[in-house]
Design a binder for this molecule. Structure first.
Ligand code: FRU
Length: 469
């Protein structure tokens, strides 16, 4: 039997996938490149796989864009549109900046490739590497963007982020550095991204720096965090810190350069280096999160980064089951009782006398994933201990916990797409992202309440489908 796929989440045509790379928009197309080993289900000599989309949900697979060469394997990086021909390959050329990784010796340098036909054919720059290794281990994952009057690169270098500037994407000058204090001791930093956003609907602007850290994330293993602060073109000054995910499976986040309407859309790898090469798979392994729109919101904790599923998901909703202002006594409520491969739930709940409430998503009580709010502990939790295949790694069958910010109301958005659950709490201020490996392909949704009554102010349940209506 062929390995089933989620409805709306990107998976590779075959074999291994990890980080999203080279996210860039040009001429109506969102480009998605990704870390890909096209010959096996485990990591190996990395390539850049490639796909394009008009709506970020329906992807057309294209041939591999970049394959290993004399400089090494093609590790993570980014892509830009060279509107003004600063690099001399042509106006509006697409340029990719990536890490070349050489074994043995773990030598990492930064290299350049260009495309003059909308990303279909790629040529590696003859002068590679454009940034040689200065004697550092773990010197990788360039994210490049245009700022003021030149190019900026952020690069992970061990436990620091380094910034470089360039007029032409070929000659790079070292600018500042940022060494975060909040990072667990053993962690290495990877896949930085840096971008500016307005704070709420105000005219105030701030910069967000997102990072992969491996390891020591809240749910164990690799995870993603962010800093909000200032960037002066040379260095970053942090104000607030937060985790992008309290679940185990959201890594190497990257945002699209040049997305229309100043949208900042982010994609993460829904996996964890702890067990990524051991997850059940027969044809393909690895997938991306639902694309998420990022915003900055002001709260009691300062300015934080919020993530919400892109609005394009709403066009895939069908069959509403809705209720308003209904009080539930302790018990189980199978909602509309139907089974579906993918669910999208919006709930607004007033905390009353109940001490626990949540949703069970699964085929039966033998195979289900449980999302619950522990009212006394003020946490939102996901329990995947009985979610399907769990025994392939000792750290998989666990419960993950996120702090619940705010007071007496809980707003939840839950996306369940066959083999993943993504929970966006309080309008995306706190997120849990989880991979699961269920045997069943259709699941039903049950709401439950324990310890006392509770009022659902608003509940909307949709089934999701692959095609827009
Ligand atoms: C992050 C990462 C990057 C590296 C790539 C290799 O998951 O380790 O630092 O460039 O994956 O596939």
């Amino acid at each position: 039997m062929s390995q089933p796929r989620p409805l709306l989440h990107f998976t590779p045509p075959a074999h291994w996938l990890n980080d999203p790379n080279g996210l860039v928009y040009q001429n109506g197309e969102y480009h998605l490149f990704y870390q890909h080993h096209p010959h096996s289900l485990t990591p190996g000599p990395m390539h850049w796989g490639h796909a394009v989309s008009h709506d970020l949900l329906r992807w057309e697979h294209l041939p591999i864009a970049l394959a290993p060469d004399e400089h090494g394997m093609i590790f993570s990086g980014s892509a830009v549109v060279d509107e003004n021909n600063t690099a001399g390959f042509g106006a509006n050329a697409l340029l990719a900046l990536y890490t070349a990784h050489k074994e043995p010796g773990h030598l990492e340098t930064q290299c350049l490739a260009f495309s003059l036909d909308g990303g279909r054919a790629w040529t590696k720059y003859a002068g590679n590497p454009v940034l040689p290794n200065p004697g550092l281990r773990d010197f990788r994952d360039p994210k490049v963007f245009w700022h003021a009057d030149g190019w900026v690169m952020c690069l992970a270098a061990g436990r620091e982020i380094l910034f470089y500037t360039s007029p032409n994407l070929k000659d790079w000058t070292r600018a500042g550095s940022f060494a975060p204090q909040e990072i667990p001791r053993a962690a290495v930093l990877e896949t930085p991204d840096l971008f500016e956003l307005p704070v709420g609907s105000s005219r105030q602007m701030r910069w967000a720096l997102t990072l992969g850290i491996n390891s020591g994330a809240p749910a164990g293993g690799s995870g993603s965090c962010y800093f909000v602060g200032g960037f002066d073109g040379f260095t970053f000054t942090p104000e607030t810190f937060g985790w992008m995910n309290y679940g185990p499976d959201f890594y190497a986040p990257q945002t699209w350069n040049n997305a229309p309407n100043a949208r900042r859309i982010c994609l993460g790898w829904m996996n964890n280096w702890q067990y990524a090469a051991q997850t059940p798979a027969s044809e393909w392994r690895g997938m991306f999160s639902i694309p998420r729109e990022l915003t900055l919101v002001e709260s009691e904790a300062g300015i934080s980064l919020a993530q919400n599923p892109i609005v394009e998901v709403n066009a895939r909703r069908r069959k509403t089951f809705a209720m308003r202002g209904r009080t539930f006594q302790p018990g189980e409520y199978p909602l509309n009782g139907e089974q579906a491969a993918a669910w999208d739930v919006e709930a607004e709940i007033a905390l009353g006398a109940a001490d626990c409430f949540g949703f069970r998503i699964g085929a039966s009580t033998d195979e289900e994933t449980i999302l619950f709010c522990d009212v006394a502990a003020q946490t939102i939790n996901v329990n995947r201990a009985r979610s399907g295949q769990v025994n392939f790694h000792k750290d998989f069958a666990t419960i993950h916990s996120a702090p619940l910010p705010g007071g007496g109301m809980v707003a939840l958005r839950i996306l369940f797409d066959y083999n993943s659950v993504e929970v966006f709490v309080q309008n995306g201020r706190v997120v849990l992202s989880e991979s699961i490996f269920p045997a069943a392909q259709a699941h039903k949704l049950t709401f439950f309440v324990a310890g006392g009554a509770l009022t659902v102010k608003n509940l909307k349940v949709f089934q999701l489908q692959t095609e827009a209506l």
